[in-house]
Design a protein around this ligand. Structure first.
Ligand code: PRX
Length: 642
């Protein structure tokens, strides 16, 4: 393990020193790191304003721009260096240098300005992981427009709700892309999402799938039917006006005050309504840059690959921003890991000599299930560091990853963090601290992670990349994160700590669940079910799933006039409700099972006893105390239906 990390960015001594500095001079250490790592157009005048907690403000009065720090600062030194290596599922590839990426970003940002987008406007991005989506995000950052990326797997309905709350001015999408050899028609969903919307003034369309006649004729038809102007981006920016790179380069980026909003990303909480997590500018940039450098040990000659989609926070912090801020070369891949064959990832690692590979436990469990034969035929010796994110990896999967992908030579960073934290909070530093299988690790230097007597993980000091709020909902921000442990941030995870200070994450302490690394709320699924006329009441629980980590089981009480007396009827109903959830949320929320039942087990005060449902969903006899259960006979009926 050591041989691959001889000159780690953070050595054991440096880690100790950093920890000591934070301990003795917390704020000054952050200030020093900010000055060393970020280009500020105007220096900040105060490190932290905590006068209106928990609305903390970092690096006050500093003026900076995230995109400038990701692109311009690398020119001219790294102008010719590859920033992005892109490959789509069909195997088409593109190498984009820092110079070219910069040009494409300034062109698109000039275009956005020309159509009237200005600082503070919300721009919704509904796209696949491809150069154009990264360019769109960077271009928004450049002009101070607030992007909100919606994962391309979300349905038109889910997209519409987000666009409406954001009062987005622009929706950027693409005609489609290919996944698992199927065309995913994003434009269709995008156009559906803005029916009856009056905030969106422009629908911007990238024609990513040029050679698909069928898709294109469907897209053309939709465009002709829409009563909103659809701008074909590639055509528009071919205009001469966007070819004068020198002139475009002279346009200043929008210099944002450190605490102005950089982006909003929706995530699930414990109510039926997703939260628009709002991030600031300088602190977010600082931590994504630093944590990429420290945790992934990013070096100039690395080929870094994070498999996360831009629709999630990992795709923001460790695809679009952190690696570029460090001037790294990274691979992005648009397709599925098993398309055309389950060896696709290994083929990509061999082809591009990937040295750092960051993925999710669900993917790793699938690789293990697909079999070693797909791995063994590839040379993975370029790998030097592995990473895991988004859900508990567990020691078995950790060991498999270590042995079969890392050839027992690569350290693994099991990174715990959240949409809200902006960047990694807990993991072992690869050149300084030995990893332990299935244990996330110590908190990173500068991060004050602690555990309450009730095993609740909490962060006792503000940190630069912390969320600045929940969009349009300050009460929820206070209540969800800051109300339980005085002065501390509560992420909602359970944890324990060993004698070396290493933290093990023990799952969630609320109704937030994690399916294939996708965060969801059971209440969100219940809200979706409530919209079906077939359902009068429902309770949704998560059960362990061998590949996805967790799977959904929905217990539904059908509305009076819905019959499901035969087995066929049951099946049909299940299918209908499953489709209904996909329609309301997206295919990633498809449940494992839908069980119709005459009643739900409730306490005398009317609270659904989820613990019992969880056991029943796994076919187990309910154990533990059932004395608070109002009607005991319900259990028998429920068990009969499993
Ligand atoms: O429960 C934790 C789990 O994922 C949640 C955050 O989800 P999200 O905001 O979508 O961000 C995912 C990518 C950072 C956390 O509250 N989680 C994340 N990383 C880990 C994890 N659980 C265990 N181990 C991890 N490494």
């Amino acid at each position: 393990m050591e041989a691959k990390l001889k000159q780690a960015n953070i050595s054991k001594e440096e880690a100790l020193k950093l920890r000591e500095n934070f301990k003795t001079n917390y704020l000054e250490t952050w200030a020093k790191l900010a000055k060393e790592n970020i280009f500020f157009k105007e220096e900040f005048t105060e490190i932290l304003d905590d006068s209106s907690k928990p609305e903390y403000k970092w690096f006050l009065n500093g003026k900076t721009n995230i995109s400038y720090n990701c692109l311009d600062i690398h020119l001219p030194d790294k102008a010719e260096k590859t920033a992005l290596i892109f490959e789509d599922e069909a195997g088409n590839s593109e190498h984009i240098s820092y110079k070219e990426l910069h040009q494409r970003v300034i062109r698109f940002s000039a275009y956005l300005k020309d159509i009237g987008i200005k600082k503070g406007d919300r721009v919704c991005i509904y796209m696949s992981l491809c150069p154009e989506s990264i360019i769109a995000m960077q271009a928004c950052m450049r002009i101070g427009a607030i992007h909100s990326v919606v994962f391309a797997g979300f349905s038109a309905h889910a997209l519409r709700d987000r666009i409406n709350e954001l009062e987005a001015k622009v929706l950027i999408t693409q005609n489609g892309f290919t996944r698992k050899n199927k065309s995913i028609e994003l434009f269709k969903a995008a156009s559906e999402a803005i029916l009856e919307n009056d905030s969106v003034t422009n629908l911007l369309l990238f024609e990513r799938m040029k050679n698909n006649n069928e898709l294109n004729s469907r897209t053309e038809k939709l465009i002709s039917e829409l009563d909103i102007k659809v701008n074909l981006v590639e055509e528009e920016i071919r205009d001469n006006k966007y070819q004068d790179i020198e002139k475009l380069s002279s346009i200043e980026p929008e210099w944002l005050e450190s605490n102005e909003t950089s982006f909003i990303l929706y995530t699930s909480g414990s109510t039926g309504k997703p939260k628009g997590i709002e991030h600031a500018t300088a602190g977010y940039l600082l931590w994504t840059k630093l944590s990429s450098k420290w945790v992934f040990d990013l070096k100039d000659d690395d080929i870094y690959w994070c498999t996360a989609d831009i629709g999630w926070i990992t795709g923001h912090s460790y695809v679009t921003y952190g690696p570029l801020a460090n001037g790294a070369t990274q691979l992005i891949y648009e397709g599925a890991p098993n398309s055309p064959e389950p060896n696709r990832f290994w083929e990509l690692i061999e082809k591009y000599k990937v040295s750092i590979f960051y993925t999710a436990p669900t993917a790793i469990r699938s690789f293990a299930q697909w079999g070693l034969e797909y791995i063994e035929k590839h040379d993975l010796s370029s790998l030097r560091l592995l990473g895991s994110v988004g859900e508990p990896i567990g020691s078995e999967t950790w060991n498999w990853f270590y042995e079969h992908i890392g050839n027992s030579k690569c350290p693994i960073v099991d990174t715990w963090w959240q949409t809200e934290t902006g960047g990694v909070m807990i993991t072992s530093l690869p050149g300084a601290e030995a990893a332990k299988a299935g244990v996330a690790g110590p908190a990173l230097p500068g991060i004050s992670a602690e555990i309450s007597p009730e095993s609740l993980l909490y962060i006792s000091k503000p940190w630069p990349s912390m969320l600045k709020g929940i969009y349009k909902n300050p009460e929820r921000f206070h209540q969800a994160y800051w109300s339980k442990i005085e002065g501390s941030y509560l992420p909602g995870d359970l944890a324990s700590q060993d004698e070396d200070g290493y933290i093990s994450i023990g799952g969630r302490n609320d109704d937030v669940i994690n399916i294939s690394g996708h965060r969801m709320g059971t209440a969100e699924i219940e809200t979706a079910l409530a919209k079906s006329p077939l359902v009068s009441e429902s309770a949704v629980v998560a059960i362990p799933h061998a590949i996805k980590g967790q799977g959904l089981v929905c217990f539904v009480i059908l509305s009076e006039n819905t019959s499901n007396d035969s087995e066929d009827k049951q099946k049909e109903l299940s299918q209908k409700l499953s489709e209904h959830i996909c329609y309301e949320i997206g295919a990633h929320a498809r449940p494992e099972k839908i069980i119709s039942c005459p009643a739900l087990p409730k306490t005398r005060s009317g609270k659904v006893m989820r613990r019992l449902l969880q056991e029943i969903a796994q076919g187990k006899e309910p154990s533990g105390d059932i004395s608070t259960l109002e009607e005991k006979s319900i259990l028998k009926d429920l068990l009969k239906n499993i």
